[in-house]
Write a protein that binds this ligand. Structure first.
Ligand SMILES: NC(=O)c1ccc[n+]([C@@H]2O[C@H](COP(=O)([O-])OP(=O)(O)OC[C@H]3O[C@@H](n4cnc5c(N)ncnc54)[C@H](O)[C@@H]3O)[C@@H](O)[C@H]2O)c1
Length: 260
């Protein structure tokens, strides 16, 4: 397998489903060896099989990104399996569609632990490994909900907004080490999370609702995980060598239209 990321090693969290799987497959197709993480084995086999079936290199690494001991093992897995680490896509996330008024403490804690602390831990633990390779890229998955409000997503939006703030600030701390830090804010992407959101929202007419979602995008359609994966490959590679400390919106024009 040859590509723009030949010789690089990537860690993707939440790679057993949705955007993480799309990112892992895209990074591997570009030549990177990929450590594919998820909190449980379910889904990871399919991701690994897709990568290896296409001639790429990947290993599975189970762990909870909100636990620093687990995150340390993910970085160690990259070093042990492939000799180092150059790219992190801190993508694992959870969403709970519920108004703040009724949300339980435990659910607030979980959202912040996975969606915010999980990103911070992955970045923190990876920095020494990237520095020892002469630099690299730290990429987080944020969301358009960080900047565009949707009722029922208060805590999720707060976590995703803080990811963008952390990226901006961390870029200053590690830029001189040639480590770039970027977030990607997807709009609506067709993943299991979207299906669960629809179920949580309990909308009577799911197809009608989905059509409203499509109509809220300039392109008139929902995005695919591969369309995020392609952007991650670009941000991870040398073509993006002057991009750091910023958020890249990949939303089919959702934030431009803003009529949902
Ligand atoms: N799908 C969308 O429309 C959309 C839009 C904007 C942002 N996002 C973000 O994209 C990321 C991926 O979402 P998705 O749509 O692919 O969802 P998904 O539910 O399909 O995949 C998320 C994956 O993260 C894993 N995960 C959850 N908690 C974890 C933990 N503690 N440690 C390790 N892995 C864990 C899950 O097991 C799952 O495999 C999330 O951060 C999400 O907030 C999604």
């Amino acid at each position: 397998m040859t590509g723009s990321l030949e010789g690089k090693v990537a860690l993707v969290t939440g790679a057993g489903s949705g955007l993480g799987r799309g990112s892992a497959i895209s990074l591997a197709a570009a030549g990177a060896a990929v450590v594919c993480n998820d909190v449980a084995a379910k889904g990871l086999d399919e991701t690994i099989a897709a990568i290896i079936g296409a001639g790429g290199r990947a290993v599975a690494a189970i762990g909870d990104v909100s636990r620093s001991a687990d995150v340390k093992t993910l970085v160690a897995k990259a070093v042990d399996s492939f000799g180092g680490l150059d790219i992190v896509h801190a993508n694992a996330g959870v969403e709970r569609y519920e108004s703040l008024e009724t949300m339980a403490d435990a659910d607030i804690d979980t959202l912040l632990a996975v969606d915010l602390k999980g990103v911070l831990l992955c970045f923190r633990e990876a920095i020494p490994a990237l520095r020892s390779r002469g630099g690299g890229a730290l990429i987080a998955t944020s969301s358009v909900q960080a900047t565009h409000s949707l009722p029922g997503c208060v805590v999720y939006a707060a976590a995703k907004a803080r990811v963008i703030a952390a990226v901006r600030t961390l870029a200053l701390e590690v830029g001189k080490d040639n480590i770039r830090v970027v977030s990607v804010s997807p709009g609506t992407i067709d993943t299991p999370m979207l299906s669960r959101d629809l179920a949580d929202m309990n909308v009577a007419d799911a197809e009608g609702f989905l059509q409203r979602v499509r109509d809220a995008n300039a392109l008139g359609r929902i995005g695919t995980p591969g369309e995020i994966g392609d952007v991650v490959v670009y941000l991870a590679g040398s073509s993006a060598s002057y991009i750091t400390g910023t958020d890249i919106v990949v939303d089919g024009g959702f934030t431009a239209v803003k009529r949902f």
